[in-house]
Design a protein. Structure first.
Length: 95
């Protein structure tokens, strides 16, 4: 990480979106895939870092809820991306 807020790789929600988007082309469990599709769209809404704080707070909570429904993707790479997205969300500081 570069500690540069203008660098997309340094914005936690951009990284969440990247992990979720990376699951799109994987052969996943259909139920997990639906939840991940919705989560990817939600993360895209705030990935650029320009959303108001209230929107970010709402979207982070929505992402946590959506990902709570994904018990497994049926693909090891998909599982790794979901775990990484969850870790980023767990460390996301809304204070």
């Amino acid at each position: 990480m570069t500690d540069d807020p203008d660098d997309p790789d340094d914005r936690p929600l951009a990284r969440v979106h990247a992990h979720l988007a990376a699951t799109a082309d994987l052969p996943l469990d259909p139920t997990a895939n639906r939840w991940l599709g919705e989560a990817t769209a939600v993360a895209r809404d705030v990935a650029d870092g320009d959303a108001p704080r209230a929107a970010v707070e709402t979207r982070v909570e929505q992402l946590r809820m959506l990902l709570s429904h994904v018990e497994g993707t049926g693909h090891p790479e998909g599982d790794a991306h979901v775990a990484a997205a969850r870790d980023l969300l767990d460390s996301f500081d809304l204070d």
